[in-house]
Design a protein around this ligand. Sequence first.
Ligand SMILES: Cc1ncc(COP(=O)(O)O)c(C=O)c1O
Length: 454
Amino acid sequence: MSSIHLRTSIPGPNSQELMRRRNAAVARGVYHATPIFVARAEGAMVEDVDGNRYIDFAGGIGCLNVGHRAPRVMTAIRGQIEAFLHTCFSVAPYGKYVELAEKMNSLTPGTFPKKTILVNSGAEAVENAVKIARCYTRRPAVICFEDAFHGRTMLTMSLTSKTHPYKAGFEPFAGDIYRVPYAYCYRCSYSLKYPECGVFCAHHLEDAFKRLVAAEAVAAVVVEPVLGEGGFVAPPREFFTVLQEICRRHQILLIADEVQTGFGRTGAMFACERYGLVPDILVAAKSIAGGLPLAAVTGRAEIMDAPGVGGLGGTFGGNPVSCAAGLAAIETLERENLSSRAEKLGQQFDARAREWQRHFVLIGEVRGLGAMRAIELVRSHETREPAKEETEQVLRYCHEHGLILISAGSYGNVLRVLVPLAVTDEQFEEGLDIVEAGLTSVATSHVEAAPGRV
Ligand SMILES: Cc1ncc(COP(=O)(O)O)c(C=O)c1O
């Protein structure tokens, strides 16, 4: 293991001063995972306003698969700002929006004709996907899952599962939304065990049509192929096979929320490909534009064309600078084969994390898909009591030792990796060394560790 140094003082004086001003000027509800303010970033590295450097394992919550300031993205942005910044696609359209829509139609799973709309954020894209599904099917209800996260707007907050801090106090929620268990095998809602369970959770959707909501009232099932904020749970393949089959049988649209899983993160351009899942509508955002705000809804052409003229859109949706960045980010992902890179990074993480698991009682499960990887921390393997405090201690250790790392999970006890795929092998290994040192320090001081050390 390389020697790991505590940064002189985190947060430094400049970050502290900005935090004081932030506390006076910005509402407290806007959360920070780290106490530092950023001055610049490049590739997989971030520098704060006090000159401290960090390896970035969060990538702005999965928005930087191509890395900070990816060269093609920067060139495309510079080119576009020299031409024009905004006209509104609904006032005077421009080619880059169309080009990006064409790209999304060709990249997403399914060989049928597709169409796309561009919006500003993941939540806005999920909202539009539901709007379109309701308009096409003329049905009201939406089925979503336990531990799902789909955003913070009224509809997407209602689709989101975790109560604190996302929902509590913001009631009432949107109607006609029904929640069923996801294939979170480590914490199975039915206390069953995979594979003997035969993915009971997926089959049980049929039961929901009898006890929860009639199938003929359901417009769509909205599902993340791998849970994002819910803790990087990657279900068994059959879960999606069964889900897809049930949806088709009842003419219910399947909406895949690939906001966090998209653009190479899971070892394929979209996680649906890893599962052989062909959704009717796919929602993408985050890494689509290399760090600029942009999101897309792509689906079967006849579904996407259900809303009438003027029924979809928005002032800034598909902003030309974001579209230029999006085209360049996708070109970078393709040319640099970043999906393969994701798979390799995932394997490296997995090997190290399984080694940790052998030494630390703290690690309940190691999981994920491609470079969307996580460890779930528990106080005991028997009770699986979530180790939230210990998770926070590991995070604090990482921040103080030069690694930006964030958590996830309904119990706040999952450490997740969303490192830019542009990370170098050295940076990645150094980041993992810091996580390991953090686990060691917390495991030895708070939780009984198994004999021996990594
Ligand atoms: C799966 C998923 N859907 C939707 C969203 C909401 O995206 P945004 O924050 O861009 O509105 C997120 C954000 O983390 C997400 O992970």
